[in-house]
Design a protein around this ligand. Structure first.
Ligand code: ZN
Length: 198
């Protein structure tokens, strides 16, 4: 790619490090950015830096937020006694888009995967167990239906059951191996409504 000037090459290289961006897309994006008005470019650059500097985990549910407590954990309209456990913030966003879930969440930031060497201590599981010492009525396990998601669900239910808290698993209308964020809202709602006791 050295037929471009080194600064363009650098930009293309940086963009191609992003997930899902191959070298062709990176080139297209780089030229698009170069042709954007300076104002827009600096808006984009500062949005990226601001997000990086100000976004951290919610103290309660571990979703990404720029406040100490995310808006969901802060809301009095939500039912704080029902906790839906999801693998990541994107899955939380998918459920929020349905606008029908009234409980709160817990974001694990991953799933247990013996193959990849990801154990219970590598995800926000201790933090969930800590939350369960409070007033909790139900934990809805909404990890993905992949092998890792199912392993995590089983592990969680074994851990939570002795506490006497109701543990449910979203219905498997969700395609196997499906990433929650790509599943449409109707399917998500059906999976939530059809949840089963573990
Ligand atoms: Zn929160």
């Amino acid at each position: 790619m050295n037929y471009y000037s080194s600064q363009i090459t650098k930009l293309i290289e940086e963009l191609s490090k992003l997930p899902g961006i191959g070298s062709k897309s990176a080139q297209r994006l780089a030229f698009h950015i170069i042709n954007m008005p300076e104002e827009q470019v600096s808006g984009l650059a500062s949005a990226i830096l601001d997000a990086k500097h100000n976004i951290h985990y919610c103290r309660e549910c571990f979703t990404l937020t720029d406040q100490e407590l995310c808006p969901i954990c802060q809301s009095e309209k939500r039912n704080h006694r029902v906790i839906m456990v999801v693998e990541n913030t994107r899955d939380l966003a998918a459920y929020e888009k349905t606008g029908k879930y009234e409980g709160v969440y817990h974001v694990l930031h991953g799933a247990i995967s013996p193959m990849l060497g990801i154990g219970p201590n590598d995800i926000k599981l201790k933090e969930l167990m800590h939350r369960l010492q409070g007033d909790v009525e139900e934990v809805i396990i909404a990890t993905n239906s992949s092998l890792e998601g199912e392993t995590t669900a089983m592990y969680l239910s074994k851990l939570i059951k002795p506490t006497g808290i109701r543990v449910t698993r979203i219905a498997s209308g969700v395609p196997v191996g499906g990433d929650l964020e790509y599943i449409d809202e109707v399917t998500l709602l059906r999976a939530l409504e059809g949840r089963v006791e573990l």
